[in-house]
Write a protein that binds this ligand. Structure first.
Ligand SMILES: [Zn+2]
Ligand SMILES: [Zn+2]
Length: 169
């Protein structure tokens, strides 16, 4: 991976040291993907990426609109869906499904960095959570063993923690 850094706005937590493979220059990396796909990285698309990149969780459409209203530029609802499709197509954004069937969006993990999700089974809210690097490697080792015994080549893992969030406990 190019341009790897452990510094990112989303990492301003006690876990700032555990991120891996995070793109410091998010917009630069996104721009490269747009160029590769012959698409234009318009100001609306840039705003969507900024809103997602500043968030500590995958966002629903309404949350994205609300958060963009705090910025100088306004995210147009009419074009948000269309732009999200393009952002998915060029490999920048992915859709995350929760327990409530409402689509949420986040930047692809190879831009955002490896992380896990705390999923609330009551309200459907999802929060990003990062596991210390040492625990990640133990996890990778254990999972690789399990995969190998099934004749499976492990490339990556996803792990959701399901439960109830602070509001729903
Ligand atoms: Zn909840
Ligand atoms: Zn992990």
């Amino acid at each position: 991976m190019l341009n790897v850094s452990v510094v990112n706005k989303r990492s301003n937590s006690s876990h700032s040291d555990v991120r891996r493979d995070v793109h410091n220059d998010v917009h630069g990396e996104v721009m490269r993907r747009f160029i590769k796909h012959n698409q234009r990285y318009t100001s609306q698309r840039r705003l969507i990426v900024t809103v997602l990149s500043d968030s500590d969780r995958p966002l629903m459409i309404q949350q994205m609109l609300k958060r963009s209203s705090n910025t100088k530029k306004v995210l147009a609802q009419s074009s948000l869906y269309r732009n999200l499709v393009v952002l998915e197509d060029v490999g920048v954004v992915q859709r995350i499904f929760s327990t409530d069937d409402v689509a949420r969006y986040e930047l692809n993990e190879d831009i955002l960095g490896h992380h896990h999700h705390l999923v609330c089974s009551k309200c459907g809210d999802i929060r990003d959570v990062r596991i210390p690097e040492s625990l990640e490697s133990s996890l990778d080792t254990a999972l690789a063993k399990i995969a190998k015994s099934s004749g499976f080549q492990l490339d990556q893992h996803r792990l959701d923690l399901i439960g109830r969030c602070g509001k729903c406990r």
